[in-house]
Design a protein around this ligand. Structure first.
Ligand code: NDP
Ligand code: GDR
Length: 362
């Protein structure tokens, strides 16, 4: 079983996180610093600051356990030479590959770039480990995804469910998934896939559906906005909390042998239910009228339209329902989610109301 006690020895553990500025990267960095890791992250050059999710980590040193350090390196998943240089310099014991063009809808517009970063980028990183001669020392985590299941052939989905990707994003991640397994088998590397179902938080990117809903409903409650425009209200997702999910990533790398795991809550809810739950938080009930692109959500007891369907948010091919079975993770890792659907919505709504009160322009 796993060395999961609170006192486990993490001295000498060096983590390298790609995608550290993203939702998961920021929670994972926090988690590892609390354990005393030396944490290194790769950030991209951008024309304005892109480190808002991790600023507290180099300012609030008190969150770190003694011995923990935090360092950022400029790099990009499209640039092999920088990946080799960073790995040679850092000599990590664990690598978490979280960097990705992670938006499914946008992957239809940026299809080639998404393949470069999410697919070939994974290969570049694995090859960089080998170039540095560290393939027997490094444990490698790949951020795989429930989007691989795509057009669903069975529910709930397990590690054995066949894949049917439905977007350039999912196709790129499919390459990432298999190249990890291939390098594991070909070079005896410790490399594993976490097949993570959707996970959200107050740090979720603003153009993913959950955060878009909680931000807009928060603005509606403060009279800063009137209407929420969405695409497909009927798609169903297995939504968990990002903080729980980064812990599972770490647990996978503490095993003696690499294995792939589904990480999910085992509950599925529609976008429509997420909307209803968010409005409930601000004391409003939504009644649905009409159908298809003409469907609207009306505030109960009034004639005020609060939700509209806008076809511009539809996808050329949709993933209708995701529902994960994480029993292997429970059995082997001892992992189970701590935050349920209602608590997730409440956490995100409370945070967005605070944010919009402080800064209505956010
Ligand atoms: P985010 O979109 O919040 O973060 C993505 C990160 O990747 C950011 O740090 C981003 O940098 C970085 N990045 C993007 N392109 C490049 C590049 N070319 N080179 C280097 N870094 C790059 O995603 P999440 O945190 O939500 O997800 C983390 C990973 O897990 C992703 O790989 C995602 O596909 C996968 N995943 C996510 C799930 C979820 O529900 N959240 C579920 C299953 C898998 P910048 O900040 O500069 O944009
Ligand atoms: P997803 O997340 O595609 O599941 O990918 P997203 O929140 O973008 O969409 C979930 C569902 O909501 C529907 N939807 C809308 N989506 C967005 N973004 N905006 C809208 O206005 C809207 N209206 C309805 C979508 O059609 C979809 O069915 C996320 C990402 O984090 C991936 O990186 C990750 O791999 C998967 O989760 C698991």
């Amino acid at each position: 079983m796993l060395p999961l006690s609170a006192n486990e020895n993490t001295s000498g553990k060096i983590a390298l996180i790609t995608g550290i500025t993203g939702q998961d990267g920021s929670y994972l960095a926090e988690f590892l610093l609390k354990k005393g890791y030396q944490v290194h992250g790769i950030i991209r050059r951008s024309s304005s600051f892109n480190t808002h999710r991790i600023e507290h980590l180099y300012q609030n040193k008190f969150t770190h356990q003694e011995g923990a350090t935090f360092k950022l390196h400029y790099g990009d998943m499209t640039d092999s030479s920088c990946l080799v240089k960073i790995i040679a310099q850092v000599r990590p014991t664990e690598i978490y590959n979280l960097a990705a063009q992670s938006h499914v809808k946008i992957s239809f517009d940026l299809s080639e770039y998404t393949a470069e970063v999410d697919g070939v980028g994974t290969l570049r990183l694995l090859d960089a480990i080998r170039t540095c001669g560290l393939e027997k020392q490094v444990k490698f985590y790949q951020a795989s995804t429930s989007e691989l299941y795509g057009k669903v052939v069975e529910t709930p989905q397990t590690e054995k469910t066949p894949f049917y990707p439905r977007s350039p994003y999912a196709c790129a991640k499919m390459y990432g998934f298999w190249i990890v397994i291939n390098y594991r088998e070909a070079y005896d590397m410790f490399a594993c896939n976490g097949i993570l179902f959707n996970h959200e938080s107050p740090r979720r990117g603003e153009n993913f559906v959950t955060r878009k809903i909680t931000r807009t409903v928060a603005k509606i409650s403060l009279k800063q906005q009137e209407v929420l425009e969405l695409g497909n209200l009927d798609s169903k997702r297995d939504w968990g909390h990002a903080r729980d999910y980064v812990e599972a990533m770490w647990m996978m790398l503490q095993l003696e042998k690499p294995e792939d795991f589904v990480i999910a809550t085992g509950e599925t809810h529609s976008v429509r239910e997420f909307v209803e739950e968010s409005f409930k938080f601000i004391g409003k009930e939504i009644e649905w009228r009409g159908s298809g692109v003409d469907e609207v959500g009306v505030e109960k007891g009034t004639e005020i339209i609060r939700v509209k369907v806008n076809p511009k948010y539809f996808r050329p091919t949709e993933v209708d329902i995701l529902l994960g079975d994480a029993s292997k993770a429970k059995r082997v890792l001892g992992w189970s989610p701590k935050v349920n659907f209602d608590e997730l919505v409440k956490d995100m709504m409370a945070a967005d109301i605070e944010l919009m009160k402080k800064n209505p322009m956010a």
